[in-house]
Design a protein around this ligand. Sequence first.
Ligand SMILES: *Cc1c(COP(=O)(O)O)cnc(C)c1O
Length: 399
Amino acid sequence: MYLDNAASTPMDPRVVDVITDHFKNTYGNASSLHRMGQVAHQVMEDSRQIVADLINANKEDIYFTSSGTESDNIAITGVALKCKKKGNHIITTSIEHHAIKKTCLELEKQGFDITFLSVDEYGQISLDELEKAITDRTVLISVMFANNEIGTIQPIKKIGEIAKRYDVIFHTDAVQAFGKVAIDVKNMNIDLLSASSHKLYGPKGVGLLYIRNNGERIGWSKVVQPIMYGGSHEKKMRPSTENVPGIAGFAKAVEIAKEEMHKEAKRLTKLRDKIIKSVLESIDGSYLNGHPTKRLPNNVSLGFKCVDGEALLVSLNMEDIGASTGSACTSTSKSPSHVLLAIGRTPEEATGSLRVTLGKFTTNDEIDYFLETLPIVIEQIRSMPPLDSWFCCGNRVQI
Ligand SMILES: *Cc1c(COP(=O)(O)O)cnc(C)c1O
């Protein structure tokens, strides 16, 4: 049973069909002038229109990349380098994905000034604090749309209004939100946006960066310095021969999401709330991480007193349930999640979390099985003699 859809999703079979077809037939280089090149070029442009439509963007403002991580890197480093003369101050949050966090930390080493906004107990930033942090040296605000660990959704439209009022560029890492909740880049005043195909039933290794071009203030050549150099693909913003089958697969996934996301969001919200209610009622010492309602429809992040998150994952895995302790990127390191620490959890609590993320292939029966199994597994772990590395109620217990 796969309950780790925030880490990655299985591809929709309809996406696999589209990609397979393009792998076989659309082999031309989209920059070539012959017919095979033109066919590939057309597939790219049709795909661009489809993904633009999902977020009410203009087609020309979509740049295909190789991942959400790459889009985040181009957005942050690209703006920092290009706007250096105007200022060296960037505002972001303390709960960003590593693709943003580590890029900002690297820029900090290089002399840029970074403000990491704190968040409240639910993982939301304060708009007041944001406004107070803006100076005349601020060139960029980067706030994630929805958090990948705890699912909390930020007040994006209000952040966009503030950014516009102070004439600061606004980027959002929308990798988790794209195709799951409604996004309108124009209405929300989003200048730059990152998304990734494999988080919405598309192939891995394909992403996009949206860069608003309103003709005066924003436009990639005015505000984003490329971080790679080569050919003139993607208007020189992101050179290298385009992954046409992958991009077509991404577009197919978006087309399906556009059709199904509202219905799917309702279904998953019900399942999500059923899990939260059932766990909080049936398991002592359990609590929810993140906002009770302003959260992704598919995200449940839980904590259990006196239960090590890793032990819980191993036990669940033996029951054929694949979940996560936090983000996939931190699951191989033992250090507590920076997101859980930022919402005020203790280091022990932060290592004892369980992230369950649902997807469109998740069924009611699976959730029933999960809800039957989880209390038993928790009980077993709590009754076992603690192992060397386990935390038990604040004490690292040695055998
Ligand atoms: C997964 C994820 C990324 C990274 O996207 P990749 O395509 O896997 O590189 C960035 N930000 C968030 C919020 C994510 O969930």
